[in-house]
Design a protein around this ligand. Structure first.
Ligand code: ASP
Ligand code: MG
Length: 421
């Protein structure tokens, strides 16, 4: 008997029929003898609809009230799913985030889980019940509801899996697993059987939008085994786990594009120590994550242009933060560009292979795709390009690194050659 945490996203619980299907799947898992804790998102586009509704009455709603509103989406889901389970004879009980013992830091719309005390879950499991928990929400120290950032139900699931010492945390999605690229853009993209936490992290933060990156970070830190699989078919998905040596055989594991980025440029910043610190300190205080940074010292010296990227949704806040310190850094102006995309190739094998960046840049150059910014890490190379070129860039790179070819054929060939000798 295993203890499984299963997470179903908005698409998997979009309507009554989906809810009944999910209930059937949970019932099957339970009849195989497993204990099941389920985390659900709001039904379909509920969260987006609620945001739109709020904006109709107030273009700049108070974050605390926004959290009160958004948390209702998941609360509908848990009650409906639990009712569907009861109807097919499965004992089940629903809990909101606070009832499930999820405690979050008091940052509205972006809370971080700081503690999980799943007393009521443990008790309900002991009574043989399936437990259905509302994702995306927790309680802060004022006893206010705080949501955990878009896609935050993933975080709820991983945190619960950790707190309950679950055997696996399964994410049921409208995709069959993690792919070498978005199959809607690259038809020959392949499903990966396994991937390391680090690769998953890079792909998730690069807009592959499979799992919330904070959730993967947490899983990596605490070694929570994850699986991404389809809620519509019965097939193994992609396992996300600790890196093993064999994973290095693949140099590039996947290509992803993030179209929700904005580039901010501060012109003519005085080139002296402390300037960058002042600017990025202001942005950090506004809770905005900066990604790529380029500092261009002008040839005359003394002045520099500073460019960096932020999530598009944080643009307004970031601009405000920059403007608050711009007089201080006496720069001449701030400009921004939302017409960009960040395209990345990811793979732990890059650690032990060279020349990958050159190959990436020349493939893009051959396709006439202009590169505005570049950043690299041990296992990732990202470029900022014009947004309208994003799909083409993904296809070009998928082809360049032969990601359509299954890796196993290479391995089989090696094995055969050995057995002959
Ligand atoms: N319903 C929330 C959202 O759409 C949380 C989630 O789905 O994970 O972002
Ligand atoms: Mg959702």
């Amino acid at each position: 008997m295993a203890l499984l945490v299963q997470k179903y996203g908005g698409t998997s619980v979009a309507n009554a029929e989906c809810m009944r299907n999910v209930a059937q799947r949970i019932a099957r898992t339970r009849s195989e003898g497993h204990q099941v804790v389920v985390v659900v998102s709001a039904m379909g586009d509920t969260t987006d609809d609620l945001i739109a509704l709020a904006k109709q009455v107030n273009p700049d709603p108070d974050p605390r009230e926004m959290d009160m509103l958004l948390a209702t989406g998941e609360q509908v889901s848990i009650a409906i799913l639990t009712m569907a389970l009861h109807h097919i004879g499965v004992p089940a009980i629903s809990f909101t985030g606070p009832q499930a013992g999820i405690f979050a830091e008091s940052v509205h719309l972006k809370g971080r889980i700081i503690d999980v005390r799943p007393k009521r879950i443990v008790e309900a499991l002991r009574h043989g019940k399936v437990v259905i928990v509302a994702g995306f929400q927790g309680l802060d120290e004022q006893e206010d509801i705080v949501t955990l950032g878009r896609g935050g139900s993933d975080m709820t699931a991983v945190a619960l899996a950790w707190a309950l010492k679950a055997d696996r945390c399964q994410f049921f999605k409208d995709v069959r697993g993690v792919f070498t690229a978005d199959p809607r853009i690259v038809p020959e993209a392949r499903k990966l059987d396994e991937i390391s936490y680090d690769e998953m992290l890079e792909l998730a933060s690069m807009g592959a939008a499979v799992l919330q990156s904070r959730a993967v970070e947490f899983a990596k830190q605490y070694g929570v085994p994850l699986e991404v699989l389809s809620s519509f078919e019965d097939e193994p998905g992609t396992i996300v786990r600790e890196e093993v040596k064999a994973m290095e055989h693949v140099v590039v594991r996947g290509v992803a594009a993030d179209r929700n980025q904005a580039k901010i440029t501060i012109l003519k910043v005085p080139d002296r120590p402390g300037i960058a610190a002042t600017i990025f300190d202001a942005i950090a205080r506004a809770n905005v994550n900066v990604d790529m940074i380029v500092l261009n010292v002008r040839s005359q010296g003394q002045l520099a242009d500073l460019s960096f990227t932020v999530p598009e949704g944080d643009l307004k806040v970031a601009l405000k933060a920059v403007q608050s310190v711009v007089p201080e850094v006496s720069s001449e102006g701030v400009i921004y560009d939302t017409n960009i995309a960040k395209v990345s190739i990811v793979g732990v094998g890059m650690r032990s292979h060279s020349g990958i960046a050159a190959r990436m840049f020349s493939a893009l150059a051959k396709a006439g795709i202009d590169i505005h910014m570049i950043s690299t890490s041990e296992i990732k190379i990202s470029v900022v390009i014009p947004k309208e070129k994003a799909d083409e860039a993904v296809r070009v790179l998928h082809r360049e690194f032969r990601l359509d070819r299954p890796v196993t054929t290479v391995r089989t060939r090696v094995v055969r050659r050995r057995s002959r000798s």
